[in-house]
Design a protein around this ligand. Sequence first.
Ligand code: ADP
Length: 190
Amino acid sequence: MKNIVLFGPPGAGKGTQADLLKEKYNLVHISTGDVFRYNIKNKTELGLLAKTFIDAGDLVPDEVTINMLKEEVNKHADANGIIFDGFPRTQSQAEALDVFLTEKGEQINGMIALEVAEDLLVERLLERGKVSGRSDDTDESKIRNRFNEYNTKTAVLKDYYNAQGNYYGINGVGSIDEITIRLAQVFDKI
Ligand code: ADP
């Protein structure tokens, strides 16, 4: 399997690019945000638990998220590879993912990060909020809180994967096609 973490701040375009890469390389795409939203919509126990955190722009607690992620991965034992989108988002999630994959004889081949400046992202998210119906995209203070969570808990993961020689940053500003090409260039070489 070739497994990647698609990384970047909120609104960087991970979901859009993951859909394209998934088709191009026949991969499985696991978006923790999508799994949470599905559970919220269907009013499952997990959804009810996650909703308060997500609505506030806070991260869902690690234990809940890690268990959910493992279940998702276990559904796809015969995949060519997995795109992790929105996970890991904390150091303990990254450590748990490494342990979990190692037990399966698998690994993360690379973290590919979409690098985009924060000011541009707030604009993009407010625009997305007009059409997405996402409760966390409609209010600038919630968006700012998501960046705060990203900057204080998630951004350190660059160092985590860098230390493994597995971090690849690409410019996340440009047309959708241009960015897919940049991602594919990294994907092909890792
Ligand atoms: P974005 O990257 O645009 O903020 P996501 O769909 O990836 O959107 O995530 C939406 C929300 O879901 C996050 O703000 C957070 O509350 C929750 N969430 C998603 N993934 C995780 C995770 N790995 N750990 C904790 N919370 C998460």
